[in-house]
Structure formats: structure tokens, C-alpha cells
Design a protein around this ligand. Structure first.
Ligand code: PFF
Length: 460
């Protein structure tokens, strides 16, 4: 790469180090999905049977889309929408719509994600002053219900989250995103390991019950609906299908080995999900609780579990700090999608782009934040706005975005460009990987997405 190119890349904003790029990308993947979604969804939908489908979706659908996105972004060095415009050889075809759908998905996900993140932040304080802590689940349930049914508390915590995320984004790609994730992700890994060890060493009978809840295969649970949930989770987990990885890829360095680095991110993310499950379920059973679902598990059962444990308060503070780190790394990547677009396309500063994005988010997000109070009866398709945003983003928007990204890379961008992107213009000797990837992204990924989407939506 010549000096002029290098300067251009740096002046636009990029991760300063390769390890920083990988950690920031991992920071996007690891999130509330690992802690709030994965453990329970896996336990409830067939344990190991679900895991097999989830891992298969991750390898055959999630990872190929991730490789595609990073490769596109790094090649174009632009935000998601401009990347699709720049790299599309068929100017008449509107492939930029993938980027636009992605920006829409970013808002949809952020709307509910910031709300859950707000609860997590609130729980750091509740665990510090013990107000959320009691061995009696009725008491912890009341603490949680009081929080989510109070319109002001819900909104204010959501704004706190948006404020913190804005500060990081405004600082820029390297000084903000890279620096913060470089600190948060390693600390998060240490904390999840500590809590998992504590949980697994509480009581042998409970440990085996916890392991069996998470891993016992129950193939009778596997219907099309569950397969769609597994694929949706694979998209959500790896932050793919909506241009986040295109945007982050545009900050990667030219000499990074994309297939190898993305596979590392995928495996680390899976490890964190499994560790989160091991941190939660053995402890839940050790104190005689039932594993509840979703938000109740995290904010009602878990505080009661920690309250029952010697030195539980320390573990509870650790747990919610860990969750807040996970949530924050993911949210900055979500917000970066529209911010990078507004910043580059309209020549508006990052500061102003971030403010505009977050004001819009505060508005849309309030629909989710108020879903448990004033808007509790406001439903579409029988779902509150919170649940609707969650379902539509993971199970429709991300798979549809991923489908078109795979088709674009496999069939329009084509083998030559794929090869040059994955072997770093001939400097890596990875023919086999390139060939396997090209085959999967052309024939397997799109076909699987279509079949699972149609099956999950009840077409057959
Ligand atoms: N991967 C994040 C999680 O598992 O919590 C969620 C997410 C982040 C989804 C960024 C999509 C995205 F673009």
C-alpha cells in the first residue's frame, strides 16, 4: 500500500492495531445476546438439539455473511450504504438498499436493546446498594416490576445508556471504540470465567441439573419455528445481516487475514455464550430456583440466586458490570452504522451525526421503554413494541439482509473479487479456504436462509 493510500485510510478513521480491530469486532458480537438471550433460548428449545442447529447456522450462515461483510467494507472503505454503491458493478440495480435496510435494522434493534441495557445499568446500582437483592424472588420481582413499570425510570435509564454510548462514538473509531473495547472485552472474559467457576462449584447435584438443562438434547422441540429462532440468534449474535460488519470491516487493516480472524471472533463469541450458561444455571438450581425466561431470569431470578450465595453481592455487582460491558460494546457498533453514513454522506461531523442519531433513537426507543407501562396495551400482531422490535429484527430483517449480502458477494461481486479480498491481494496462500467459502456463500447460505425463513413463517 502506498503512503497516500495509508494516509487516506487513517484520515477517514480506522482501528489502529490488528488486535484492536479484532477485539472491537468481538465487542460487537458479544452482547446481551450472550447473557440475556442465548442461555435461556438454548435451555428452553431443546438444549443440545438446539445447540446443534444454532452452531450449524453460525457456521453455514452467520460466518459466511460475516466474512462477506468485512471483506466488502474493507475493500470499499466506506459506510454500509456507500460500500454497496461503490462495489456494485451493475449500477442499475439498487444494492444500496441492503445498506439502507441495515440502518433501519440498527434503529429497530437499538430501540429495545437500549432499554434492556438501561435495566442492566440500573442493576449495577441496585446491587451496590442491595435494593435489588433478596433471597425471596417475590421481593426481587417487585424491585424489577417497579423499575420497568415506571415510565420515567425506564426513559431516564435509556437516556443514560444513549449518553454513555454517544460519548464513546464521538471520540472516534480508534480513540473511542477501539480504546474502550480493548479494556472492556478482556475484563468481561475474566469476570464471566470467575462467575462460571463459582456457579459450577456450588453444589454437584445442582451442577448436573444446570448442565442437563442447558445441554440435554431434546429433538422433539425442533420445529421450523425453533430452527428460525436458532438462525435469527446466529445473525443477532454475530451482528451480521445489517451492515455493522461492513462498517467495522471498513476500519480493518489490509493485511489482516479475514477468514481466520472472523472465525476467531465466532468461536470466542460462542465460548462466552456457553460460559454465560454455565455461570447462570448451576447456581439457579443450587438454590432451588426454577430457570425463568428472558428478562425475568436475568433481573428476578439471578438477584435472588446471588442473594443466597456467600459474598453474593460481590458476584452480583460483577455480573451486572460484565453485562453492561457486553451491552455497551454491541451498542456502539449498532450506532456506528448510521453515524458513519451521516458523517460521510452528508459531510456532517461525527459529533452532530451522533447527536442526530441518538435523538431519533430516544424517540423510537421510547416506544419500547414504555412497553411495560403507558404503552402496555399498544400491540401489533399481539406483540408489544418491545417484543415486536426484537422479533422483527432478528427473525426477519437480519436474515433478509444476510440473504442479499450473500447473493451479492457470491453472484455479483464474484469469485475474482472474493479471492483478492480473502488472500489479501495474493499475499496469503489460502486457495482451499477461498474455494470453500465461495461455494458456501453461493449455494449453501442463500438456500438455507430462504428455506428456514419460509419454514419459520409457516409456508410449509
Ligand atoms: N451481537 C449483539 C449481541 O449478541 O448482543 C447484538 C447486535 C449487535 C446485533 C450489533 C446486531 C448488531 F449489528
Amino acid at each position: 500500500m502506498n503512503e497516500k493510500n495509508k494516509k487516506e485510510i487513517l484520515s477517514r478513521g480506522a482501528f489502529a492495531t490488528s488486535i484492536g480491530a479484532v477485539i472491537a469486532t468481538l465487542g460487537s458480537a458479544i452482547g446481551l445476546g450472550n447473557i440475556w438471550k442465548f442461555p435461556f433460548i438454548a435451555g428452553e428449545n431443546g438444549g443440545a438439539a438446539f445447540l446443534i442447529v444454532y452452531i450449524a447456522s453460525t457456521i453455514l450462515v452467520g460466518l459466511p455473511v460475516m466474512i462477506s461483510e468485512i471483506a466488502l467494507g474493507r475493500k470499499a472503505r466506506a459506510n454500509a450504504i456507500t460500500t454497496m454503491q461503490k462495489l456494485n458493478p451493475k449500477k442499475g440495480q439498487p444494492w444500496w438498499l441492503i445498506g439502507a435496510l441495515g440502518a433501519l435494522a440498527a434503529f429497530t434493534i437499538m430501540a429495545f436493546y437500549t432499554e434492556v441495557a438501561g435495566w442492566v445499568y440500573a442493576y449495577i446500582f441496585k446491587s451496590l446498594n442491595t435494593s435489588g437483592l433478596s433471597t425471596n424472588p417475590q421481593v426481587t420481582e417487585k424491585a424489577f416490576t417497579d423499575l420497568i413499570t415506571s415510565p420515567w425510570q425506564s426513559l431516564i435509564w435509556q437516556w443514560v445508556v444513549l449518553g454513555i454510548v454517544s460519548v464513546i462514538i464521538i471520540k472516534g473509531v480508534s480513540k473511542g471504540i477501539e480504546r474502550v473495547t480493548k479494556f472492556m472485552i478482556p475484563s468481561l472474559l475474566v469476570m464471566v470465567v470467575i462467575i462460571a467457576i463459582r456457579s459450577l462449584t456450588l453444589d454437584p447435584v445442582a451442577t448436573s441439573k444446570g448442565l442437563s438443562f442447558l445441554f440435554r438434547p431434546d429433538f422433539s422441540k425442533l420445529g421450523w419455528d425453533v430452527v428460525l429462532i436458532a438462525m435469527g440468534l446466529a445473525f443477532f449474535k454475530l451482528s451480521v445481516g445489517m451492515g455493522t460488519m461492513i462498517t467495522y470491516g471498513s476500519y480493518w487493516q489490509n493485511d489482516q487475514n479475514i477468514p481466520y480472524r472472523t472465525a476467531t471472533v465466532m468461536l470466542s463469541d460462542l465460548a462466552v455464550s456457553l460460559l454465560a450458561g454455565l455461570a447462570i444455571f448451576p447456581a439457579v438450581f443450587a438454590f432451588g430456583f426454577e430457570p425463568a425466561s428472558g428478562a425475568s431470569l436475568m433481573f428476578i431470578t439471578i438477584p435472588a440466586v446471588f442473594a443466597s450465595m456467600p459474598f453474593g453481592q460481590i458476584f452480583m455487582v460483577l455480573f451486572f458490570i460484565l453485562a453492561s460491558f457486553a451491552a455497551t460494546g454491541a451498542m456502539i457498533s449498532l450506532i456506528e452504522v448510521p453515524v458513519a453514513y451521516i458523517n460521510e454522506n452528508f459531510n456532517i461531523s461525527r459529533l452532530k451525526a451522533t447527536i442526530a442519531t441518538n435523538l431519533t433513537l430516544a424517540l423510537i426507543g421510547s416506544l419500547a421503554a414504555l412497553s411495560n407501562s403507558v404503552l402496555a396495551d399498544f400491540k401489533l400482531f399481539d406483540l408489544t413494541m418491545f417484543d415486536l422490535f426484537d422479533y422483527v429484527s432478528s427473525n426477519l430483517m437480519l436474515p433478509i439482509g444476510g440473504l442479499f449480502i450473500a447473493i451479492f458477494v457470491g453472484w455479483i461481486w464474484g469469485k475474482k473479487n472474493i479471492e483478492a479480498a480473502l488472500n489479501n491481494a495474493g499475499t496469503l496462500n489460502n486457495h482451499v479456504i477461498v474455494n470453500v467459502f465461495t461455494f458456501i456463500v453461493r449455494f449453501i447460505t442463500p438456500v438455507l436462509i430462504i428455506i428456514i425463513l419460509l419454514g419459520g413463517l409457516g409456508v410449509f
